[in-house]
Design a binder for this molecule. Structure first.
Ligand code: IPM
Ligand code: MG
Length: 366
């Protein structure tokens, strides 16, 4: 159904030589990205893959987690795929030099305002979730998270010292009409290509930005998307409904902070965080930023245990949403399903396979 939605969006289909910028990053990032390379070599031998260091690794080498060179390469690529960033090693680095700052900086520089985070429960994994099979079997939710605004970027922000010696921490949650509209359009367009339902989540009962969010989504819906079923849900209720009855959702539309939280929650419904990809999209024709939802997993980094499927599925999303190669993406997705059907399981899925063995299973399935 993603393929259908993809057709509805004005991203170009192209046959020119394309470049994928690979940013393996930190922790398990390089291990999982190595498996993406193996898959790409089979399904897209013509794709140019560039690789640059990024995140904590870049901080160690260059004193900054995101060099100007890497930022420029990202903007010039057709798609960017990153592994993971961060780790305890950089916990004490100044905030603007922390690996996470590279991720936020790249999202902002690439203006990838719409973050697509699918939560799909693959049938063979329905017993791997902490929730009962009957609650999650058949789960197929698309979370559309606003990614370049809200409290993540709002000004003023900072920690200041008051006259009485106390400190005061400030963040600002802020949204404009156009920021809400452009991400909402993506959610409505996607919904048309799948279950045709959008649940918009905010806290309009307590937040001004939440009230504006609800008003803008309502008006846009009435104007351009009246054929799509729209429901508004308070974000706290949505968090509860996600574990109570997740099958009620089709597309969830929400802001940056609530989307961060709800997507982590949704990931657990699917069995493993190690399975979930994401796509961050900007204006038509601009490169998208693809990343597994999982973090750098410093506890298992270097052991060769990490599940590469989230990274491989992120590559699959890049093929579909930025590189105009939906048929190849279908092939990769089918291979993931086949590998799982054949019993391929890394440790996070209750199995014993290592990262490279899962890569082997993928190549066999392809
Ligand atoms: C995510 C992550 C990031 C975020 C962090 C690493 C900055 O949690 O992509 O969900 O909060 O957006
Ligand atoms: Mg998160």
């Amino acid at each position: 159904m993603l393929a259908e939605a993809r057709k509805a969006l004005p991203y170009p289909e192209t046959a020119m030589t394309q470049t994928l910028l690979l940013l393996p990053g930190d922790g398990i990032g390089p291990e999982v990205c190595a498996q993406v390379r193996r898959v790409a070599a089979v399904v897209t031998p013509d794709l140019r893959i560039e690789e640059m260091i990024y995140g904590g690794a870049s901080y160690d080498a260059h004193g900054t987690p995101l060099t100007d060179e890497t930022r420029a390469a990202a903007l010039a690529a057709d798609a960017v795929l990153m592994g993971a960033v961060g780790g305890p090693k950089w916990a004490d680095a100044p905030r603007d030099k922390r690996p996470e700052a590279a991720l936020l900086g790249l999202r902002k520089a690439m203006e990838v305002f719409a973050n697509l985070r699918p939560a799909i429960c693959f049938e063979p994994l329905a017993d791997a979730s902490t929730l009962k099979r009957e609650v999650i079997a058949g789960l197929d939710i698309m979370i559309v998270r606003e990614l370049t605004g809200g409290v993540y970027f709002g000004e003023p922000r900072g920690i200041e010292t008051l006259a009485d010696g106390q400190q005061r921490g400030v963040d600002t949650q802020v949204y404009t009409t156009s920021e809400i509209e452009r991400v909402s359009r993506v959610a409505f367009e996607l919904a048309r290509g799948r279950g045709n339902r959008v649940t918009s989540c905010e806290k309009s009962n307590v937040m001004e930005s939440g009230l504006l969010w609800k008003q803008v989504v309502t008006a846009l819906h009435a104007r351009d998307y009246a054929d799509v079923t729209l429901e508004h849900m308070l974000a706290d209720n949505a968090a509860m409904q996600l574990v109570r009855n997740p099958l009620q959702f089709d597309v969830i539309l929400t802001d940056n902070l609530f989307g961060d939280i709800l997507s982590d929650e949704a990931s657990q419904l699917t069995g493993s965080l190690g399975m979930l990809p994401s796509a961050a999209l900007g204006a038509p024709g601009k490169p998208g930023l693809y990343e597994p939802i999982h973090g750098s997993a410093p506890d298992i980094a270097g052991k060769g245990w990490a599940n590469p499927l989230a990274a491989i599925l992120s590559f699959e999303m890049a093929l579909r949403w930025s590189l105009g190669r939906a048929e190849i993406a279908d092939r990769v997705l089918a291979a993931v399903k086949r590998a799982l059907d054949d019993g391929a399981r890394t440790r996070d899925l209750g199995g014993r396979m290592g990262t490279a063995e899962m890569g082997d299973a993928m190549l066999k399935a392809l």
